[in-house]
Design a protein around this ligand. Sequence first.
Ligand code: PLP
Length: 465
Amino acid sequence: MHTGYVKELDVEKKPFEELFEPEYLRETVPEFPSSSEPELMRHFIELSIKNHHVDKGMYPLGSCTMKYNPKISEDMARLEGFIHLHPETPVDSIQGALELMYELGESLKEISGLDAISLQPKAGAHGELTGLLITKAYFQSIKEDRKTILIPDTAHGTNPASSTRAGFKVRKVKSNEDGILEPASLNEEMNEDVALLMITNPNTLGIFETHIGELADILHTNGSLLYMDGANLNAIMGKAKPSDFGVDIMHFNLHKTFSTPHGGGGPGSGPVAVTSKLSRFLPVPIIFYNGESYYFDWELKNSIGKVAAFYGAFSVMVKAYTYIQLLGASGIKEVSEQAVINSNYLLTQLKEVFDLPYGKNCMHEFVLSGSNLKEYGIRTLDIAKRLLDYGYHAPTIYFPLIVPEALMIEPTETESKESLDGFIKAMKNIAEEAKTEPDTVKKAPFNTPIGRLDEVKANRELNVR
Ligand SMILES: *Cc1c(COP(=O)(O)O)cnc(C)c1O
């Protein structure tokens, strides 16, 4: 057996029989079902056809960027040298992997304009928690016991959840009638207990927070920090650097912006970048390069400690690195531009048939309201279900909470004009059907493997068979 890099087993070896009660041990091998390779292939291909996925059709989900993920990223993540790496391998044997992580960190620093980074957190929400623990450590270091996190009313649910989890108290700040945060409303909430404002920019309405610089000034004057939830980075990367508008901490969602498939419960990654003032609190180890080789620095004195097993989700980092290298600086910029153009094209067409409560145009996503179809007895849920019959994944619905009957749509940059036109046609048809044959819309979907579910019953009587 190859034991070269792996540490000696430090758990006492025991025979099998000592580990389990006799009643749990079989005498004979059970008759496992068996199937041939073609049967197995047909089974999985059949499942993949039944499911909707981004390789099959458009996925206009708002809030989560569900973009096409170039296949080359998958190829790179499956390179022999990467998949057979053991995390305990000594650093002089994994210089390539360390270089990749280091360079990915450098790229993300460049994109954010921030000074230091940890790739450890494994999701956006995990990045939030990490950023908040860093915040806590920072205020402890200057002997301040600040407890309040301010969060706009448009925020994603993970923001208040992470804040509470990290031991802070959450206070909501109201957006104005244009769907953005006004310096005056922030000022009203400011006091010496405010640790930070956690803001998504562009926000979940797909609107850029144009007062962000002023908001940052108000916070900094008060000794507070500005946290940016980077889930919507797909709209601004390469175009605007968060550090330029005063961000102190941000997380990235590599599985949204930087091409890792998600939504199926696969691994994610939520790197956290900070200004130099906060860098000594980052999780350990930090990857360093001394001009000759790469190494892990475990000696960060004020570190909040480790936040993930080993170094985080390495395969996701390989995909993000590949994606960034593939596009280069100009390509990254083009992604943002195209995502915003596509989104505005959809918005212009769809506001003819649905309400648009906030904003005249948008960034990478926008939020419509289906309230105008209520008079026909149609709710947003019905529209989402009917879309499935047209071969589209449903958009995010009933979020953000400040929009009644919300339909949150993000086309992403890779959809062509033809595919956007197809989606527009489907949405317009449904709006028409809502008036002419509301029963069809209410009972949809008809073309999916399973029809309309009783969602309450499905929750109460869980049956996953
Ligand atoms: C997706 C999302 C999150 C949470 O990220 P996860 O990676 O799903 O944990 C947080 N904020 C916003 C705005 C998001 O869209």
